[in-house]
Design a protein around this ligand. Structure first.
Ligand code: NAP
Ligand code: MG
Length: 464
């Protein structure tokens, strides 16, 4: 695959400071498809300096002009969507159909939403005898994971640029090619030099240097809770703004009045999509005791359609494959019962995991508490609504969830009591303008829509 051997800094591709490279592997066949430079603190420093230099002019650019730049970026993402989808499939392993619709498609919606918001957002408000100015925070250090390689980047860069911030991105080491394509798109869209800069590299080296750099005013991180905690501590010590989008262990609550067959089949599809590598996936299905056996039968039939290598891709790398297989073994060891799948890899080549469904899972088991990040669903039994609520809220996470009932009002009454940042009611559609982020240890801050834009703004009050 095509790859740049430098960093995108100050509007051009520049040689990396050091000689080290990262091999990019196709997880479906385990072949090395490209190499990219492994950035050092020196590269990060050059990128932050370029972003600082570009900041005053970009911050002073009228919002309508920033909006036009983001609209041009959106148009390039549309024009290059096939190339984007093929690149995501090559480095993440997602089936091409999913790469086209979700991995290449959703970023177009999100970039489009920020082109509109930049033009229409009120960057000034009146409160009594004060005028409050909403000003860009400054230079943003963005650190992104591999699970939605382009979406995670656009969900940070588009609102940051809309707000008038400039950005340095450190993408995941597993998916740097999509990030390089994004940098090309920024260039092609004609955005001013230095407003967006890319440093590929390893988390503990380039990522750490970016999070700790004194020229960065806000760190926006998406990834594991362990790394998020560390980044939060680093930012806190420097009194720096931080946004953390971390893990989840979302509950899919099926109330007795719901359409059980629909709730189970949508629930299975939700967990199997992107091979289960979605932080907001509904990885715990909660079913009333009287409907439990029927739900298990429905789930077994539904999961059979998810064939690895066809509808379900591999996991991103060998380490994730091993980690997820380890969780499946742990589930068995703690007494859960397999309805489908199991710890054996379905193929010798490629980092595949069998779509797995567990029954007889209790709320306190490891597989019901920890984020697994693979195609693994736990089905839990509840006694009554209070019990369902206790189970649903009984983890350290609070990112997402779902409620199913005969009528929306009944589902909403339950959703109000859930400790979580978003709830889909009877299979509600994804909304690119709705705030996305976590309660509890699922994170700090929100992405997407106007709430996501406000993360990149700070206020200045003028009294008259
Ligand atoms: P991760 O290590 O947290 O990676 C996320 C990003 O942070 C990557 O760009 C990573 O670089 C970087 N990073 C790693 N260590 C860092 C450090 N010390 N300082 C600054 N940046 C650092 O996540 P992962 O290892 O890829 O995945 C592990 C688990 O995280 C998964 O099993 C899943 O549970 C969770 N996860 C959650 C999400 C989500 O959307 N909430 C997304 C992905 C993963 P490298 O790529 O070089 O490691
Ligand atoms: Mg990592």
């Amino acid at each position: 695959m095509k790859a740049h051997d430098g960093m995108y800094i100050g509007g051009q591709w520049r040689p990396a400071a050091g000689p080290d490279t990262i091999a990019v592997v196709n997880p479906a066949d385990e072949q090395v498809i490209a190499h990219v430079p492994a950035g050092t603190a020196e590269d990060v420093d050059a990128a932050v300096r370029a972003a600082r230099e570009a900041f005053p002019a970009w911050a002073a650019t009228p919002p309508a002009e920033r909006a036009a730049g983001i609209a041009a970026l959106r148009d390039v993402l549309v024009a290059r969507k096939d190339e984007i989808a093929e690149t995501v499939t090559a480095e993440l392993g997602a089936p091409l159909a999913l790469s086209r619709t979700v991995h290449a498609g959703v970023p177009v919606l999100v970039a489009g939403s920020y082109a509109e918001l930049a033009a229409s957002y009120s960057f000034e408000e009146r409160i009594g005898n004060s005028t409050v100015l909403l000003e860009p925070v400054g230079v943003v250090g963005a650190i992104t994971p591999w699970n939605y390689p382009l979406h995670q980047v656009v969900a940070k860069v588009a609102p940051a640029l809309a707000a008038g911030c400039t950005v340095v991105l450190k993408p995941a080491e597993d998916t740097p090619l999509t990030a390089q394509l994004f940098a090309e798109a920024i260039h092609e869209a004609g955005l001013p030099a230095g407003v967006f800069n890319l440093v590929t590299g390893l988390g503990p080296v380039a990522g750490q240097a970016l999070a700790a750099h004194e020229g960065v005013d806000l760190v926006s991180f998406t990834g594991s809770t362990a790394v998020g905690r560390q980044i939060g501590a680093t930012a806190g010590a420097a009194v720096k703004r931080v946004a953390l989008e971390l893990g989840g262990k979302s509950a899919n609550v099926i109330l007795p009045s719901a359409d059980l067959a629909k709730a189970v089949s949508v629930g299975i599809a939700n967990v199997m999509s992107n091979s289960g590598q979605t932080c907001s996936a509904w990885t715990r299905m909660l079913v009333h005791k009287n409907q439990y056996d029927e739900a298990l039968a429905l789930a077994a039939a539904a999961v059979a359609k998810y064939v690895p290598g066809e509808r379900v891709g591999p996991l991103v790398n060998a380490k994730q494959q091993q980690r997820v297989r380890g969780y499946i073994e742990k589930g068995l060891a703690e007494g859960a019962r397999l309805v489908a799948g199991g710890p054996e890899a379905p193929y010798e080549t490629g980092y595949y995991v069998s779509p797995t469904v567990f029954a007889d899972v209790t709320w306190d088991m490891t597989i019901a508490q920890e984020e697994i990040f693979g195609p693994v669903l736990s089905i839990l039994k509840y006694e009554d609504e209070e019990d369902a609520l206790r189970i649903a809220n009984g983890t350290v996470y609070g990112l997402a969830g779902a409620v199913w009932a005969a009528d929306a009002a009944e589902a909403v009454a339950f959703a109000r009591r859930m400790d979580t940042g978003q709830v889909d009611i009877n299979g509600g559609r994804f909304n690119p303008l709705a705030p996305f982020g976590g309660y509890k240890q699922s994170g700090v801050g929100r992405e997407l829509g106007p709430h996501g834009l406000s993360e990149y703004l700070q206020t200045k009050s003028l009294q008259f």
